[in-house]
Design a protein around this ligand. Structure first.
Ligand code: UDP
Length: 322
């Protein structure tokens, strides 16, 4: 298969590229390297530098007749999206519309799209299934909602066949150590904890310990990036065999609190993780947990590598080399 991976130098994209190459596909990575790393692109893939905001770059790219497109290229910091919505509009919304329109112009009909649990906003019930109301509470989540709706329209009007994958808290690094570079700028809990362990940061600020949870800190459903990657390959197989579209949650159905993460990180790294409690962060729900029953049912996917110890160990393999 000739596969285009837009954003294939990034965190999740590079893991999927490695798996697609390993399966013998002909993989093309299109990336502007804004946050991705060229070192992380599998050597068997062909790299094309370019930007989804350039219609010219896209037109040139689509001279190649791809069988399917994976789209990972987006900004993903919820906090930043509230301060600077313009760049989120440009990259996540305009960029994806450019990509979809180019696909239509070149008669490419299949796409696997990276969405997020951020489309749900505050949970009305747990675990969150795909029928939960869509009501994002940050602009990042809104950009994903907009593209999900456009995909729905293009599905009907232009016969685009899509798999929309709503990630919960993506974490971990490749258990086979094919990925060499860690993400350099991240506001997520697990990388920050490991940055504390290696001394890149002095301490972790815990955003509130007065939530209605077992230890008072926020609970999230952390999903290993290798599990996410498996789901992408299974979604691709599904699109190759079916004309139906997919909208699927990807999580484990199990959550860990901030204090549980700190405790496990201490065990794995043997280092103290200095921390103190500050105010709650605006827009943080106390618990986010996925139901991934639909993914199990439709593509026979479930998490295999996502217990916290395995996730943090896979990250420590990279962080301990700093
Ligand atoms: N968190 C924290 N301190 C940090 C970053 C995150 O206490 O510096 C907490 C956050 O409140 C949430 C959990 O860790 O309960 C996961 O946050 P993250 O930003 O990684 O993911 P989110 O669920 O917000 O997308």
């Amino acid at each position: 298969m000739k596969i285009l991976v837009v954003g294939g130098a990034g965190y999740i994209g590079s893991h999927v590229v490695a798996d697609l190459c390993e399966k013998g596909n002909d993989v093309f990575v299109f990336d502007n390297l804004y946050s991705g790393s060229i070192e992380n692109i599998d050597k068997k893939a062909k790299f094309i530098m370019g930007d989804v905001n350039s219609e010219n770059d896209l037109d040139k790219l689509f001279k190649i007749k791809f069988d399917i497109v994976f789209h990972f290229a987006a900004l993903k910091a919820a906090g930043e999206s509230m301060d600077n919505p313009e760049i989120y509009s440009k990259n996540n919304i305009n960029g994806t519309i450019n990509l979809l329109n180019t696909m239509v112009a070149h008669d490419i009909k299949k796409i696997v799209f990276s969405s997020s649990a951020a489309v749900y906003g505050y949970p009305k019930y747990l675990p969150i299934d795909e029928k939960h109301t869509i009501k994002p509470i940050n602009y990042y989540g809104y950009t994903k909602k907009v593209i999900e709706e456009i995909l729905n329209w293009y599905g009907k009007l232009k016969e685009i066949n899509y798999a929309t994958l709503r990630y919960f808290n993506a974490a971990g690094y490749d258990i086979n150590e094919r990925i060499k570079e860690r993400e350099k700028t991240t506001a997520n809990l697990l990388p920050i904890v490991l940055e504390c362990a290696v001394g890149l940061r002095e301490k972790l600020n815990i955003f509130g310990d007065d939530y209605n949870t077992l230890d008072g800190t926020g609970i999230r459903d952390y999903i290993h990036v290798n599990d996410l990657s498996n789901a992408h390959l299974k979604a691709m197989d599904y699109l190759n065999k079916n004309k139906n579209n997919l909208v699927l949650n990807l999580g484990t159905g199990h959550g860990y609190s901030v204090l549980e993460v700190i405790k496990m990180a201490k065990k794995i790294t043997g280092k103290e993780i200095k921390h103190s409690v500050i105010d709650r962060r605006a827009g943080d729900p106390e618990k986010l947990i996925a139901s991934s029953d639909l993914a199990k049912k439709t593509i026979n996917w479930e998490a295999e590598h996502s217990d916290l110890e395995k996730i943090l160990t896979s990250m420590w393999n990279l962080y301990s080399k700093i």
